[in-house]
Ligand binder design. Structure first.
Ligand code: F6R
Length: 253
């Protein structure tokens, strides 16, 4: 595992974007596993800028997103499909038909999970899978639980996640109660994992995930078992790790 620390969100975002850009430059037909949430917005901005400056093209890439809320469609401004168009897909040259996101409007959960599992398998898993980190240690929407769930699954969101995501909706009641998410198998089969975290609110859970026991109660802890994990975080998110394991961080500020 490699932990890169930057002073600011901007620096962290640039470093994380460079990991994805390097992947695409080296292998233009890359499969990119993508995430939503507030953390990757900055790095998507860098990718969009570098595309416009002609440093990188996504024309041959395929993408697989981690998750989507159930019950809202791609035109809802809080759907992850909408988020991806706004923050990345409409800014770069990826072909819309090469992008994949679970269909939150499919009421048949078993069918949707099976369909999306096949999409991921048929693409041969991601070359690099981008992950944010939930306040409770979730990755994708794999919430703390008694066991890791391997396949794409329909999850009931925890109170903690609903509360964290309420900031994006007009009211807490509007936050969807469930989601479709890639499971742990899809994530762990990615050739490389890029975990991004910023802000003091992530400091405790980031340390637990990377250095605590591997347990489904902290889903991100499973990443300790992956052979190629790159973490890009800002100083605030690294405040606990820099106290307890300072030698593990490579600062690039
Ligand atoms: C989003 C996702 C979630 C977020 C996590 C962190 O596709 O899968 O796991 O990455 O909730 O969200 P932010 O970045 O908003 O703190």
């Amino acid at each position: 595992m490699k932990i890169y620390g930057g002073k600011t969100y901007e620096q962290m975002s640039e470093k994380a974007a460079s990991v994805i850009a390097a992947q695409v430059i080296e292998k233009p037909r890359s499969v990119l596993g993508l995430a939503t949430g507030s953390t990757p917005i900055g790095l998507y901005g860098f990718l969009a800028r570098w595309y416009k400056e002609k440093y990188v093209s996504f024309a041959q890439c395929k993408t697989i997103n981690l998750d989507e809320y159930c019950g809202i469609g791609p035109d809802h401004d809080q759907s992850y499909a909408y988020f991806m168009r706004e923050n990345l897909f409409d800014q770069i040259d990826v072909l819309p038909e090469n992008t994949n996101i679970p269909n939150g409007l499919n009421p048949d959960a078993a069918a949707e999970c099976a369909r999306y599992d096949k999409v991921i398998e048929d693409l041969g898993y991601a070359d690099v899978q981008l992950l944010g980190l939930g306040n409770n240690g979730h990755i994708g929407f794999n919430e703390p639980a008694a066991a890791f769930v391997p396949g794409v699954n329909h999850v009931m969101l925890t109170e903690s996640t609903i509360n964290a995501n309420a900031r994006f909706f007009a009211s807490r009641d509007e936050v969807p109660k469930s989601a479709y998410t890639m499971g742990i198998k899809g994530i762990m089969n990615a050739r490389k994992i890029l975990l991004v975290a910023n802000g003091a609110g992530k400091a405790e859970i980031l340390e637990k995930a990377l250095f605590g026991p591997v347990t489904p109660e902290v889903p991100a802890s499973v990443l300790q078992l992956h052979r190629d994990v790159v973490v890009c975080a800002d100083e605030a998110a690294l405040s606990v790790i820099s106290q307890k394991h300072p030698e593990e961080i490579e600062w690039f500020r």
